[in-house]
Design a protein around this ligand. Structure first.
Ligand SMILES: NC(=O)c1ccc[n+]([C@@H]2O[C@H](COP(=O)([O-])OP(=O)(O)OC[C@H]3O[C@@H](n4cnc5c(N)ncnc54)[C@H](O)[C@@H]3O)[C@@H](O)[C@H]2O)c1
Length: 253
């Protein structure tokens, strides 16, 4: 039996990296997948890969920082497949490791909008569907080791991911404990994806603080997709409110 048979999953940031690996793995495990991203050409590539593999997957361009796009992607899941069982808030961006003294208002607002406010609004729309379903639902937030320590990103990134972990715990302690919606987060360490290419002008101080934390083991998108599959499936039925570290031991010592 496949692990996500008859489930409907909505994954944000699914054009590339971990989101894309999750979309393919979830569909391979029997889920009907709604894959969303701001990047339409990446979604086209994903759609083709899924079709070549005979997988059930539709795509929708959605900017997670726009509320109307969030409403539309949730509506698409329900109108196309009749339910929304799994939401993965995966889309996220980084901030050149800018320290608080270096971060502009624009940088701060953009990072918080994509990494924290977007997941809040998507989760709000999702729980309104999931709490009416007999089977409830599952929400997974792709956070970061930056959500647990001070210097695994710049000030805005670290604050956004700490916020996302708080949101995860709040939802788990309400909808998970008093309802039927499990909410967990993944805290990846280093993962080989396109996100590294988005670092344009790294902060000298931010970079130094990060370098001082020692060599960062690098995982693959597939490694993290399998963690997400565990949290999405009934294998983790008793896991609620966890921030699951997946960093190859980087922060263990
Ligand atoms: N790669 C790492 O080392 C690492 C480590 C810890 C946490 N993370 C987190 O994992 C998640 C996935 O990152 P990744 O490494 O796969 O990155 P990635 O850049 O490869 O993929 C992120 C995807 O999000 C999309 N995206 C960006 N802004 C968006 C928006 N406004 N609306 C919708 N989609 C948008 C991008 O187009 C891209 O397809 C992020 O939340 C990131 O913070 C990554």
């Amino acid at each position: 039996m496949k692990k996500l048979e008859n489930k409907v999953s909505l994954i944000t940031g699914a054009s590339a990296g971990m989101g894309r690996a999750m979309a393919i793995l979830f569909a391979t495990e029997g889920s009907r997948v709604v894959a969303t991203d701001i990047n339409s050409s990446g979604l086209e590539e994903l759609k083709k890969e899924a079709a070549d593999k005979g997988l059930e997957l539709i795509t929708q361009v959605a900017d997670i920082s726009k509320e109307e796009d969030i409403e539309k992607m949730i509506d698409t899941s329900v109108s196309t497949y009749g339910s929304l069982d799994i939401l993965v808030n995966n889309a996220g961006i980084i901030d050149d490791f800018k320290t608080v003294g270096e971060a502009s208002n624009e940088l701060w607002d953009r990072i918080i909008a994509v990494n924290l406010t977007g997941p809040f609004k998507a989760s709000r729309a999702a729980v309104r569907i999931m709490e009416k379903q007999d089977t409830g639902g599952v929400i997974i937030n792709n956070s970061s080791i930056g959500g647990m320590f001070g210097v695994r990103g710049g000030a805005a990134y670290v604050a956004s991911k700490h916020g996302l972990n708080g949101l995860t715990r709040n939802m788990a302690a309400t909808y998970g404990v008093y309802g039927n919606i499990r909410v967990n987060a993944i805290a990846p360490g280093g993962v080989e994806t396109n996100i590294q290419d988005t670092i344009k002008e790294p902060s000298e101080l931010g970079n130094k603080a990060l370098d001082d934390k020692g060599e960062m083991p690098m995982g693959s998108s597939g490694d993290l997709a399998r963690v997400a599959l565990f949290l999405a499936s009934d294998d983790s039925a008793f896991v609620n409110g966890a921030i699951l570290t997946a960093d190859g031991g980087w922060t263990a010592g």
